[in-house]
Write a protein that binds this ligand. Structure first.
Ligand SMILES: [Zn+2]
Length: 58
């Protein structure tokens, strides 16, 4: 089943994805997969939201 894009869980996931992508795009440390102090919490939130979203899809 495809969920509507208005799904709040999906919107939160996409917001976290965008935040992580935007930070990584401007951060050499995070591009080397060595999260900086600023990027680390952003990536954590993204991974948590990703896991929550994928968990809902099962
Ligand atoms: Zn960073």
């Amino acid at each position: 089943m495809t969920k509507p894009v208005s799904d709040p869980q999906f919107i939160t996931y996409m917001a976290a994805f965008q935040a992580a992508t935007e930070h990584t795009a401007t951060c050499e440390s995070c591009q080397d997969e060595q999260p900086c102090p600023v990027g680390d919490p952003i990536h954590r939130v993204f991974l948590a939201e990703k896991a929550a979203w994928e968990g809902e899809q099962r």
